[in-house]
Design a protein around this ligand. Structure first.
Ligand SMILES: [Ca+2]
Length: 394
């Protein structure tokens, strides 16, 4: 998951988002054929959430699909173009052969209608801000500059508030998934400041831009775009509706599309996996951690002193699965400053003007499954500890 660097300016509340989506629907934006007698959209229109974070979503209406449209079942059989759509690609991506190939693949592998996708992508505007941001992630900074972004008084206090507001949800997620609650709170705090900053980029535009205008990671973002369209179909949400980070990460926990499809949980059982609603987002983040091997109560990381000539070659600056015993680290000149409950450990090096060393356990590695940068995982760990200490007055 990416780290949000978006300015709060330009953020829209979910209420505003709902208004915009309704407006878009009324205006026939995104290509809905006006006055059409039968529904042309493969998916029922349904925004990610009509309720602001922290509020309970309205109860589902059993058996009644939103807006009464019929959703055709997903099919893997390629379909012929639907003549209700204008043919061909237009707009910013009209002259991209790679996008044409992508559309062909979505048709042959997943049964998406070609004309529908052409219509969809004809409305995509290049997201130049995403291109700028993807080249300068926060992780590029040294640890001494990176840490203060997240270890702020506001974020610690906000974490305690979020925990108190969502105590029952966090308790339930901890019981069901075995993930320590302070880490769930800290992830959501680092990613979105507890839901205040879930991203204002149009996910379809951001992923199309990064998939076809950013050659260095085109393959990754095209795969996420594929996952995103599948997600939209599964969740019955028009792809133009989703908002997220410049990299297409969505909701309180900033799930990219592949993670959304794999790990998101419908916690409140209303039939939607709504990552903007804590009722779904909290168990989803817990599920992500559990599926990646989190051990409840297991050690995460402790600071360490290093000496001699043996430690340098085993120090990790990128995430790797722990493979050493504590005894092996001790023999390499590493002196942990505290106990760490983990059968396998790594020596973590946080680079900066003065390097910092930590012994990281298996749970530290699990945090890096969320974002592979060790500075990210350490920021989550330290924020989690600070929030826990503040909440319980330790
Ligand atoms: Ca739900």
């Amino acid at each position: 998951m990416g780290i949000m660097q978006d300015s709060p300016i330009g953020k829209k509340t979910l209420g505003q988002l709902a208004v915009l989506t309704v407006l878009g629907s009324l205006l026939g934006g995104c290509g809905t054929p006006p006055g059409s007698a039968s529904p042309q959209w493969p998916w029922v229109f349904s925004p990610p959430s009509s309720a602001p974070p922290g509020q309970t979503a309205p109860p589902p209406t059993a058996g009644v699909p939103p807006r009464g449209n019929t959703v055709p079942p997903a099919t893997t059989t390629p379909r012929q173009p639907n003549n209700n759509y204008a043919q061909g690609l237009r707009g910013d991506y009209a002259s991209y052969p790679a996008l044409r190939q992508f559309i062909g693949k979505m048709n042959s592998q997943h049964g998406f209608d070609v004309a529908f996708l052409e219509q969809t992508f004809s409305g995509v505007q290049r997201d130049s801000e995403a291109l700028t941001k993807v080249g300068a992630p926060a992780e590029g900074q040294g640890w001494r500059a990176y840490r203060p972004i997240f270890l702020t008084e506001e974020r610690i206090r906000g974490g305690v508030d979020f925990w108190n507001r969502n105590q029952a949800l966090l308790d339930a997620a901890t019981r069901q998934y075995g993930v320590d609650p302070e880490y769930l709170v800290a992830i959501i705090g680092v990613e979105t400041q507890y839901g205040k900053n879930t991203g204002a980029h149009n996910v379809l535009s951001a992923l199309t831009t990064l998939g076809f205008d950013y050659p260095r990671r085109a393959s990754f973002y095209q795969k996420e775009l594929e996952q995103f369209l599948l997600l939209s179909r599964e969740e019955r949400v028009r792809p133009q509706i989703f908002k997220g980070s410049y990299a297409g990460a969505m909701g309180l926990g900033q799930f990219i599309s592949s993670s959304y499809r794999s790990y998101a949980i419908d916690g409140n059982r209303d039939g939607k996996r709504d990552m903007w609603n804590p009722q779904d987002a909290i168990p989803s983040v817990a599920n992500y951690f559990a599926k990646n091997g989190w051990k409840r109560g297991g050690g995460v990381a402790v600071p360490a002193y290093v000496s001699g000539g043996g430690y340098a070659s085993i120090a990790e600056t990128t995430a790797k699965k722990p493979s050493r015993t504590l005894g092996q680290l001790l023999a390499s000149g590493v002196r942990p400053q505290g106990a760490l409950n983990s059968s396998k450990v790594s020596l973590i090096k946080l680079e900066g003007s003065t390097d910092e060393y930590w012994v990281g356990g298996e749970n530290f590695y699990v945090i890096t499954r969320y974002n592979p940068n060790v500075k990210y995982a350490m920021a989550v760990h330290q924020l989690a500890q600070a929030i826990r200490q503040r909440k319980f007055g330790l």
